[in-house]
Ligand binder design. Sequence first.
Ligand SMILES: [Zn+2]
Length: 471
Amino acid sequence: MTINKASTRAAFLAIACVSTAPLVAQTVVKLPKNKYTPQQDVQLGREAAAEVRQQYPIIKDERIAGYLTAVGDRLVAAAPPELKQSVYEYSFTPVNLKEINAFALPGGPMFVQRGMFDAAAAEGEIAGVMAHELSHVLLRHGTANATKAENPWLQIGALAGQIGGAMMGGQMGSMIAQGSQFGLGTLLLRYSRDFEKQADLLGAQIMARAGYDPRALAHMFETIAQESKGSGGNPQWMSSHPDPGNRTVYINKEAALLTLASPADASQFEPIKSTFASLPAAKSMADLAKAKQAPSGEASHAVGNPAQPVARPSAQYHDISGGKVFQASVPADWTTIPSKSAIKVVPQNGYGELNGQTVFTYGIEFGIAKAESRDLQEATKVWLNAVAQGNPDLRLAGQQQAVRISQRSAIATPLVNPSPLGGQEHIGVYTTFLADGSLFYYLTIAQEKDAQAFQDTFRRIGESIRLTEVR
Ligand SMILES: [Zn+2]
């Protein structure tokens, strides 16, 4: 057989092109679905930033603020032009808080906490976290969360042939850690693992174009993970930026695909670090929470310490009543915490402060909500949507079921959610109508490991409920 050298060579080249092209290209990061306008991002972010500035100890030192802005501007300049909306208002603000954390609000305002500087070994690590945050802004993940929160039933519902699947939180879901001290926080700042990975990849690409080695981002995440083990808890960063897993591997892989621009001048990093020494001591989130103590004072009703184990429910029961609306029988050793529209009844260590956040990890909550429909299924769905506050990992844990509350038709919705204690928590939501057409609900919560042990207790409480409203 005669081999035509020229054509063999051409074929080889063609193969080489085909097989290497997908390998050398950087990962394409796409904008998620979003029903808001960039202008609305800016508006939301502006409002939330004003609250942050009021409640957080902002560092006014001009050297530190100027340094942060210089790094931030460099990253913005390196960001993909097609993602940079002209309406965005970027700002980079240092905060005198101990925790290793940084966050960015929709439309551009970014806050970097002192703890992050303390933990960073090089400028590239600060720049990495900032590039990650900037990516959340450019990909509009806050309002994409909100978009998801308002349509949580569509995707899963269509698949399962029923309504289902949700993300929620808010007043009903005070079992879910308040992601931050300000109202918009949980909605705008708790990202899904998928969004985290997208922000990591785009962040790595922005870093490379700004002259920072993206591998510094992977290193910073390792430090954060290390520190969070040390503090024995679930620090702020981890609760709003859940680890998608394999972070170091995929960031380094992406880094290998990127061309590094000429290195950024990082000579200011060490002098800036020492400038922090001249500031007042950093506060902790717990200091802030203590200073705050909301007038409604829910946190002041803490029942023990959520980090401590919870005892099995007592076999002794006693009756409680929720105004003229209901009565129920609950374990005698549980504590009742009334608030405006709901009553929680919790075992010792089932509700309180954890890492500066108020968490509800065990117990039951009874409440009343406005119903938006006369159809129970629809009203339940709308209500779950309305209280949605961006806990994107909350999931339907099984089929919804027709049940009874005080002999009335009711719906039971089983859910699971990542717990502020680590692992999963099991949540049961039960809804029925009151005579005036409003929605009565109760909600049970226990950590996965204890879900079995609390099951009978929750059933017994549920069966004891008597709706006593005067018709
Ligand atoms: Zn993130």
